[in-house]
Ligand binder design. Structure first.
Ligand SMILES: NC(=O)c1ccc[n+]([C@@H]2O[C@H](COP(=O)([O-])OP(=O)(O)OC[C@H]3O[C@@H](n4cnc5c(N)ncnc54)[C@H](O)[C@@H]3O)[C@@H](O)[C@H]2O)c1
Ligand SMILES: CC(=O)N[C@H]1[C@@H](OP(=O)(O)OP(=O)(O)OC[C@H]2O[C@@H](n3ccc(=O)[nH]c3=O)[C@H](O)[C@@H]2O)O[C@H](CO)[C@@H](O)[C@@H]1O
Length: 351
């Protein structure tokens, strides 16, 4: 029996590339599409740099197509070229602040793109779908730890709404057609890098997120970190989040594919991918200093609008349903981030 073939959208991105690596290691065939709007390609090679390196690490081949998932013909051509068994969908725009400035581009890219993809799947009798969702669908947590039963929809940004609206579309789709089997993975705060140090998070421009910002200060690309708020009702006054190692997250996707591959059961399933442990901004800064041996200069400044004090997951359901549990702690997340950042001070662009 030939191993299943997975179509991975956004496979050249941070989470996509790490997940493609674990899928290949687990024996899946992988077809990647990406329009490279947020992924580096030297142009010299057919593959974007992150996927070049995934091939190098795994010794396995990746089929790559430069495709915009909002383009119906481009998406259909991939389904005509390959027999696809399942889809893992990472392709999206994901900058919260930017989504408030250009909401229409976010709704078009993330919603129309997903709808075009789902239509092409149905036309080709492909009904197994893993979706990149986010804890942002929960809005400000009403209780902690956050379980999958927590209400969704109280999103504070167009980006967050694209995640929530897409989940609602997927629920309606599953209700209307029992052939659909959908796993929506709600990520908390993915950080870290593959142990090789060859792939990692490579944000365009100034990082929005904490870990890449800390790493760029430690490697000397930024003078200091601004700590957004030190008067939250938390252990040290700074924001608390559930940081999850990117390889734990990637392994969670492989477990989701394994579930879809082996089950007869269909319908919509949502699972939190988190550690269940909260970590404050200053705790992460100090852990990073220990892991890197570098000083991370920071300044306590005002809160960032939209930030909640504390958010962390109850990840028991994923453990029960997928047989998955995060195993890597904060120190490992910092060590692996530092290896990537120190070996690639300017990300993929610098050879
Ligand atoms: N990184 C996080 O903290 C986080 C948290 C929760 C959810 N997510 C979700 O996980 C997914 C991947 O996130 P990431 O951090 O790897 O982001 P990323 O930007 O590194 O990867 C996204 C990839 O999708 C591609 N892409 C975007 N629009 C496309 C389109 N129309 N057609 C084809 N390719 C397109 C980009 O070029 C990029 O390579 C996204 O859906 C994001 O919303 C990320
Ligand atoms: C409000 C917001 O943007 N939420 C998004 C953010 O989550 P979230 O805000 O949790 O993730 P961040 O990494 O941006 O911030 C984590 C913590 O670090 C603090 N911090 C961050 C950066 C910095 O330079 N200094 C600093 O102090 C923040 O105040 C927060 O307390 O990223 C997630 C992953 O992309 C998205 O799914 C969330 O929708």
């Amino acid at each position: 029996m030939a191993p299943p073939t997975v179509l991975v959208t956004g496979g050249a991105g941070y989470i996509g590339s790490h997940t493609v690596l674990e899928m290949l290691n687990a024996g899946y065939n992988v077809i990647c599409v990406d329009n490279l709007c947020n992924a580096y390609s030297s142009g010299a090679s057919k593959l974007p740099e992150a996927l070049n390196r995934v091939q190098e690490i795994t010794g396995k081949k990746i089929h790559f197509y430069r495709v915009n998932i909002t383009d119906r013909e481009q998406v259909r051509s991939v389904f005509q070229e390959h027999k696809i068994d399942m889809v893992a969908h990472f392709a999206a725009l994901k900058a919260v602040g930017e989504s408030c400035r250009i909401p229409l581009q976010y709704y078009h890219n993330n919603m129309t793109g997903t709808n075009v993809l789902l239509e092409a799947m149905a036309d080709n009798n492909v009904f197994k779908f893993v979706y990149s969702s986010s804890a942002t669908v929960y809005g400000e947590p009403k209780f902690l730890p956050v379980t999958e039963e927590h209400p969704t929809g109280n999103c504070t940004s167009p980006y967050g709404k694209t995640k929530y609206f897409t989940e609602e579309i997927l629920k309606d789709l599953c209700k209307s057609d029992k052939r659909w089997a959908v796993v929506s993975l709600r990520y908390f705060n993915p950080v870290g890098a593959h142990i090789s140090g060859r792939i990692g998070e490579d944000p365009n421009g100034e990082p929005n997120n904490l870990m890449p910002y800390i790493a760029q200060v430690a490697v000397g690309r930024r003078p200091k970190l601004s700590v957004y708020g030190s008067d939250f009702p938390t252990k040290d006054g700074t924001g608390v989040r559930d940081y999850i190692h990117i390889v734990d997250l990637a392994e969670g996707h492989v477990k989701a594919l394994d579930k879809l591959r082996n089950i007869a059961e269909t319908g919509f399933f949502a699972y939190n991918l988190g550690t269940g442990v909260g970590c404050s901004v200053l705790e992460l800064v100090h852990a990073f200093e220990r892991a890197s041996g570098q000083k991370v200069t920071y300044e306590l400044v005002d809160r960032r609008s939209g930030d909640v004090a504390t958010c962390y997951a109850d990840a028991k359901l994923a453990e029960q349903a997928l047989g998955w549990k995060a195993t890597r702690g904060i120190d490992k997340m910092c060590e692996d981030t530092w290896r990537w950042q120190s070996q690639n001070p300017n990300g993929y662009a610098q050879k």
